[in-house]
Design a binder for this molecule. Structure first.
Ligand code: GLA
Length: 398
């Protein structure tokens, strides 16, 4: 688990000792869980439109150490963030801005309690993370799902991985106020090394696909522009898609999600939508869904050049039609796409900041990073962050 750590990364083998330093006691009864970040290879902003998405868990993890307490108190601390967040298991949890990251944890507790799960005591938690916060590789879902899994295992709730994913999504909807899709929580719960998942978000049917990239690697490029989903235009995009769907349905198109239309069907039906913005939003979704299917085929056929081309097309559509990129992501993707040894690049995740990914030849990764960094700093005025990643495992006991 601690392999290939850079000098700035937290080594999870320190977590038990850090827990004892923080809370006292002995190693006995401390349990440690890990939860990965994710990249979405392709299929952006279509999980909430019944589309197919193609994400992978990556080998950047967040760790949760947990121990039951003899009383009903709850205590959250993080190795990286100052401060202690204190609650009681009998609290009526509600979102409070000042609770900061503790909201993600309380959100999970509130949803568990609403489902009838009972806690016979409190607990203490120490977290450590090698996932950049607010960075578009789903640090928030890593936290939600890692914590949900830790609590479920510690208190004997034995939730399965898909239940963990749904709990994370419910917490986003009901507690955090973000109407996200299921993609992030699903891949973080279900991810497997060397695999990506083709997930049908309409039915939750899924299949693991070998992530065989030969001499190529995914490089994650972080804009270092922090944003929270709720601050962004995320919910607005979702509403626009729902509006477009409603117009199609009212005009006799028998679908219950936008991505049920093929591009050809869309071209035939789109005339009933008069609003330019809604037209662009829906177009992105329908063509992006097709790109996912094409990307999976390209990967199966070992055609990485084709995969790269689809990544570029996806970015263009997210920029021009879905309008969720911005200058930071466009600079990263644009600079990346020009580099020797790069087959393609696109933003990943919700956008509006956060991260992009690029498919880069392993021998060119260093020069790629150097060149893209130069262009980014020149245009944006501060540095981007870069790392090359491998696929990783979903939430698990360490
Ligand atoms: C965020 C959401 C996901 C998904 C992506 C965009 O990461 O949590 O559900 O909608 O944005 O593809």
């Amino acid at each position: 688990m601690a392999n290939s750590l850079t000098k700035n990364e937290y080594n999870p083998t320190d977590l038990k000792a850090d827990f004892i330093k923080t809370y006292g006691g002995t190693e006995k009864d401390i349990r440690i869980f890990s939860s990965p970040a994710r990249i979405n290879i392709i299929g952006e902003h279509i999980d909430y439109n019944g589309g197919k998405v193609f994400p992978a868990a990556i080998n950047r993890y967040l760790y949760v150490a947990i121990r039951k307490r003899p009383d009903t108190k709850i205590c959250y601390k993080s190795v990286q963030f100052e401060g202690t967040h204190l609650f009681d298991i009998n609290d009526n949890f509600t979102f409070r801005k000042e609770d900061d990251y503790a909201n993600y944890l309380n959100g999970i507790l509130s949803q568990l309690k609403a489902k009838g799960y009972r806690f016979n005591c409190g607990f203490e938690v120490l977290m450590a993370s090698n996932v950049p916060a607010g960075g578009g590789i789903s640090s928030s879902s890593a936290l939600e799902c890692g914590f949900a899994y830790a609590v479920s295992e510690t208190f004997g709730f034995n939730l399965d991985r898909i239940e963990i994913a749904k709990l994370g999504q419910m917490s986003e909807h009901n507690f955090m106020g973000v109407n996200c899709g299921i993609m992030d929580q699903f891949i973080i719960s279900m991810g497997k090394e060397k695999k990506a998942i083709l997930l049908d978000c309409n039915t939750l049917e899924y299949q693991y696909a070998p992530l065989e990239l030969g001499d190529y690697r995914f490089v994650v490029m972080n804009t270092n522009k922090i944003r929270r989903l709720a601050d962004s235009k995320y919910n607005e995009r979702r509403e626009q898609c729902e509006e477009a769907l409603k117009i199609l349905q009212d005009n006799g198109t028998k679908i219950d999600a936008l991505c049920q239309l093929t591009p050809a069907e869309w071209e035939e039906k789109k005339g009933c939508i008069k609003d330019e913005t809604l037209l662009k939003r829906a177009k992105h979704c329908i063509y992006e869904n097709q790109r996912v299917l094409d990307a999976v085929e390209a990967l199966k056929a070992g055609d990485l050049a084709k995969l790269g081309k689809l990544l570029n097309e996806s970015h263009k559509s997210l920029d021009e039609d879905y309008e969720v990129t911005g200058i930071e992501l466009n600079t990263l993707a644009g600079a990346a796409q020009k580099q020797e040894g790069c087959l393609g690049a696109r933003m990943t995740g919700a956008g509006f900041g956060g991260c992009a990914i690029a498919l880069v030849h392993k021998d060119k990764v260093d020069s790629f990073i150097e060149n893209v960094q130069k262009e980014y700093t020149r245009t944006i005025g501060y540095n981007a962050g870069f790392f090359s990643c491998e696929s990783g495992n979903g939430v698990t006991t360490c």
